[in-house]
Design a protein around this ligand. Structure first.
Ligand code: SAM
Length: 226
């Protein structure tokens, strides 16, 4: 019999944000593939989970996929987690899911936190229709991407690092106009902060922006009035 592949969501900061089912699966499967064992061990220690960890990340995903499929073909169950949130969402995983489906292996979701959806849900911006951009191109294709995004008639979710968030706000203003944005920082963590305002106001007050931690930017559609 073939094993089962579980795609398990884990917390985006607050370690209490994990489901009982996720804890059970991470304890019961034969192997857990993770991005960084140090990060996953913090979750394991918190919930007394003892299991075999193997590393699976952007760099080795291609050849590790074969290893995962071989384990599943041997009838063993595998869970995949990422450092935070839902695997495969701007994180490694989709290649192995694809390979598993092609091998008729059951792929099962253990849903839970995802920073993109968490940010959207507390933005106050329209949620009926949205586009998930994830990380923007840093150089090549960046302007083209902004021009493309500016035509979308929906809320847009962007992931950004603290180092680049100021530059990205400048580019949103430059290429998309003075949109309303929701700047979500350190969700579920001690310094969680959400600011909803026009980009021009955020830029004028940028000295008060604490450019540390992790950010999701939700950009409102052009005609949205706050
Ligand atoms: N798969 C993950 C998820 O489901 O949330 C996203 C992984 S992606 C590599 C990491 C990015 O997610 C960060 O750069 C940041 O934009 C966003 N992110 C993750 N955790 C966050 C948090 N607690 N607060 C705000 N943004 C967060």
């Amino acid at each position: 019999m073939l094993g089962k592949l579980y795609i398990v969501s884990t917390p985006i900061g607050n370690l209490l944000d994990v489901s009982k089912r996720a804890i059970n699966i991470l304890s019961e499967v034969d192997f857990v593939f993770c991005e960084d064992t140090r990060v996953t061990k913090k979750l394991f220690n918190k919930y007394d989970i003892v299991n075999k960890l193997k590393v699976f990340n952007d760099i080795n995903e291609h050849f590790k996929s074969n290893e995962v499929i071989n384990i599943l073909n041997d009838g063993k169950n595998v869970a995949i987690v990422s450092d935070a949130g839902t695997p495969c969402i701007s994180d490694p995983g989709y290649r192995v899911v694809n390979a598993a489906r092609k091998s008729n292996i059951d792929v099962i979701t253990i849903p839970g936190p995802c920073s993109a959806i968490a940010a959207l849900s507390i933005s106050g911006l329209p949620t009926d229709n949205f586009f998930y951009q994830g990380f923007l191109p840093k150089k090549k294709g960046r302007q083209t991407k902004f021009n493309e995004l500016s035509k979308f008639d929906c809320s847009i979710i962007i992931f950004e690092s603290p180092k680049r968030v100021h530059k990205t706000l400048i580019d949103i203003h430059k290429y998309m106009g003075d949109r309303v944005v929701s700047l979500c920082r350190e969700l579920t963590k001690m310094y969680e902060e959400v600011t909803v305002d026009k980009v021009s106001h955020l830029l004028n007050n940028h000295k008060s922006l604490k450019l540390k931690g992790e950010y999701v930017i939700v950009v409102a559609k052009e005609d949205y009035k706050n």
